[in-house]
Design a protein. Sequence first.
Length: 115
Amino acid sequence: MAKAEQDAERFELTTTLAVEPNDDPARADLPRFLPEFAEHFDAILGASLRNHPAVTAYFVRPGEEASEIVVGLRFEGMPPANIEAAAAHILNEALEKSTGADHTTVREESTLVPA
């Protein structure tokens, strides 16, 4: 396959997750809680991606707002029409494993671009 064809089959989806601590006063300190949650979510997402070979790279980083993290997923060889559903499945799977009684996580927005 030509490089131009391979590049056309590579997409990156970036999504923002809002993370809000619940009533636990120890978790109410977002500057301390969010990096801890992001590190935990990164580990869970990385483990989950072993079952999704179309995702060849990912990142988890702090968002622009104090209560957000940004997650990026690189998809290769998957039709763009299927990426949003695949990303939703992957993120929901990771969120189910990482969400506890101490916080609530909401997926806010996503952007899909050719990589």
